[in-house]
Design a protein around this ligand. Structure first.
Ligand code: PBG
Length: 344
């Protein structure tokens, strides 16, 4: 049916009458004024670069599900660290893909003072001392089952895992790690790590708690990267947070704050910006988010297909973390983003 519409009759009031002469577009009218009024900005100083490690020397391997990301040997990790420092990236975070023969039921190789993580930390700290090094004492790269804790009779045993993680944290601090960032979600780990670090004289080594880590499918490509994909039996829902929950996430973070966390992290990132905002608002601690492997892969894949403008989406996604209250972002885009931000 074709109805005649009298447009004049529809407009009962002029726009000035409707808005009371307030016009939001005045502050958007040109680039210079948008620059002046922008509330949040992104710089290389906001980024933490996660780097995957393999043993050996002068070798790098591609990761299928993470185009543009490589596993590198410690000597090449030093090169990446130098690049990070040059680009103004404040810190890197290392994740190892260790020899399968070294993985066992309890992840015991994490307690080797010269394992791949600690070896690389020493090399980086010797070459680029001004760059922050963040290490993870979670057991998953070291266990034969890919879980973050010790597995006994089908159960991830909390307290025994915490004791081992605390010991691993001390070894990582001894190798030169500036910040210990435990990603395992065991109860009581923050307090135990703080106690152990202090007892060993590492009072100045901080703790960045993966305060709320969700049981997420966005971690898929990471498991390829560290070689736990084929190993992991079951899932991590007995220790990570259920994706439907917010109150639980805030309570979990509150415990970490009480136990002595210096900084908080939310993981994954973009799908959980509400949690970033909640934690920042509730605790006011430096708050970070991890733009995880699956988020990276989605943006890269769409960009490779020409479906989105990869560079623009990358920068916009990172800026969104700042807007949500993040002080910084762990992202596989760190180096690429820093290069782009340099030219601006
Ligand atoms: C486990 C760990 C995970 C990630 C880093 N450490 C999750 C998992 O494998 O369950 C995910 C990082 C990413 O997806 O980029 N301690």
């Amino acid at each position: 049916m074709n109805r005649e519409i009298d447009r004049k009759a529809l407009l009962k009031r002029s726009v000035d009458e409707i808005t009371g002469s307030r016009r939001m577009r005045r502050n958007r009218k040109a680039g210079w004024i948008r620059d002046l009024t922008r509330e949040n900005t992104l710089t290389a100083r906001d980024l933490i670069w996660p780097i995957f490690l393999i043993p050996g020397s002068n070798r790098r391997e591609a990761i299928d599900a993470m185009p543009g990301v490589f596993r590198v040997t410690p000597d090449l990790a030093v090169k990446e660290a130098e690049k990070a420092a040059q680009l103004g990236i404040p810190a890197i975070a290392t994740f190892p893909n260790i020899d399968p023969a070294l993985r066992d039921q309890t992840g015991s190789h994490i307690l080797s003072a010269d394992n791949l993580i600690n070896q690389t930390t020493r090399a980086i700290k010797a070459a680029v001392p001004e760059l922050g090094v963040i290490t993870d004492p979670a057991l998953d790269p070291f266990t034969s089952h890919g879980h973050d804790g010790i597995l006994r009779d089908g159960i991830i045993v909390n307290d025994e895992t915490v004791a081992q993680i605390a010991e691993a944290a001390v070894l990582q601090a001894d190798a030169g790690a500036d910040i210990i960032a435990p990603s395992d979600m065991m109860d009581g780990r923050i307090g135990a790590i703080r106690d152990a670090l202090d007892a060993a004289g590492f009072n100045d080594v901080g703790i960045l708690s993966y305060a709320t880590k969700y049981a997420s499918a966005f971690y898929g490509p990471y498991r390829e990267a560290i070689g736990t994909q084929g190993l992991l039996k079951g899932d991590k829902r007995t220790y990570y947070v259920d994706p439907g929950n917010t109150q639980e996430a805030v309570r979990d973070a509150a415990l970490d704050v009480e136990e002595g966390a210096d900084m908080l992290m939310v993981k994954p990132g973009l799908p959980y910006l509400d949690i970033v905002w909640r934690l920042k608002d509730a605790f006011g601690l430096p708050t970070f988010a991890y733009q995880v492997s699956g988020e990276y892969a989605m943006i890269r894949a769409a960009a490779q297909n020409g479906w989105i403008d990869g560079e623009k989406v990358m920068i916009e996604s990172l800026l969104a973390f700042k807007r949500a209250g993040c002080d910084g972002i762990l992202t596989y885009f760190a180096a690429d983003a820093a290069v782009l931000l340099q030219d601006r």
